[in-house]
Design a protein around this ligand. Structure first.
Ligand SMILES: C[S@@+](CC[C@H](N)C(=O)[O-])C[C@H]1O[C@@H](n2cnc3c(N)ncnc32)[C@H](O)[C@@H]1O
Length: 297
């Protein structure tokens, strides 16, 4: 479990089409040539507790960043680092060659970077819009589908909500559970294996939810039935990579009697500052998707 710094967070949704899943991968696997050790992690302190059961932390030295588990030993050109089983964020660890690493816990952007990827994860600007437009926060109960990598579900949990999220692909659901454990979010995010379309009737017993978030190709069909599980004043947010799905979801929201319906596309420009002057990056402005919001009023 070793990695370098993060690639652009805008790459994921642009490289993959909506819910199309690929073989599970992490950005660190994509940049594995930068890793220094492929060896399986070994308990450094003789502990017989499996490192896989303990929540990982980041160890950081300059622009080097590695995801490690308590009890793990990893090697690099900077030396061998033994990670104590009781390692705490804020601590400083030293390799056998005397290089210091600072220990950090994973925050949201670290989760985005380090989670094992299955379904294309939502990028920060789209997550931010969902949280901002729906007001997701402490005490909210959110119903989410599909889980995919779990980035949106984790982000909403980071904001203080508890999340019930459905993933129809059992292998993706398992990966998402591991991702939630990596983020220390297993109590806040309930990853359930199943097709939300088939679960909605049963879910009425657990309703109402404050917000429903949908990132699935069948979102229009789901939107039709959202009022049955949504609290009065609650929101539904739908992410669609294609305008056709956004249009169909809008029609479904109208027919379902939802109010305050609008669709947004998020476009983000990165600024460049150098000796010649300042301007937005000339890199292409990437489309990620359309976000529909509607409210039960
Ligand atoms: C694009 S990914 C979701 C990514 C996720 N929002 C994130 O931020 O990581 C879409 C996922 O939805 C799942 N899916 C599609 N339709 C579904 C449904 N009706 N119920 C549950 N999961 C579904 C797919 O298997 C896929 O993993």
């Amino acid at each position: 479990m070793v990695t370098s710094r993060r690639p652009s967070t805008d790459s994921s949704k642009q490289m993959e089409d909506g819910e199309s899943g690929s073989a599970a991968s992490t950005p660190e696997q994509e940049s594995k040539e930068e890793s220094d050790s492929d060896e399986a992690p070994q308990p450094a302190d003789g502990s017989d507790t499996s490192p896989a059961t303990r929540q990982p932390v980041l160890v950081v030295h300059g622009d080097r960043e590695h995801l490690v588990r308590p009890g793990e030993e990893f090697g690099s050109d900077l030396g061998i680092l033994e990670v104590p089983t009781d390692v705490e964020p804020g601590a400083t660890l030293e390799t056998h060659l005397g290089t210091e690493f600072r220990v950090r816990r994973l925050r949201g952007p670290d989760q985005f970077h380090h989670f094992t990827r299955t379904g294309a994860p939502m990028v920060p600007r789209d997550v931010g819009l969902i949280i901002g437009e729906t007001g997701i926060g402490v005490g909210d109960r959110v119903l989410d589908a599909g889980t995919g990598t779990g980035v949106l579900a984790a982000s909403m949990a980071n904001a203080g909500a508890t999340v019930v999220t459905y993933e129809r692909d059992p292998e993706f659901a398992d990966v998402a559970r591991e991702n939630m454990a990596m983020g220390g979010l297993e109590d806040a995010v309930d990853v359930r294996t199943g097709n939300l379309l088939e679960e909605l009737d049963a879910l009425e017993a657990e309703a109402p939810f404050d917000v429903v978030t949908l990132d699935t190709g069948d979102a229009p069909e789901l939107v039709e039935r959202v009022p049955a599980v949504l609290v009065e004043g609650g929101f539904v947010a739908v992410y669609s990579p294609f305008v056709e799905t956004a249009k169909a979801a809008t029609k479904a929201a109208r027919e379902a009697g939802l109010s305050d319906i609008f669709v947004r596309e998020t476009i983000q420009r990165e600024m460049q500052f150098d000796d010649r002057g300042s301007r937005p990056s000339t890199a292409p402005v990437g489309h990620t998707g359309y976000l529909l919001f509607a409210r039960l009023v």
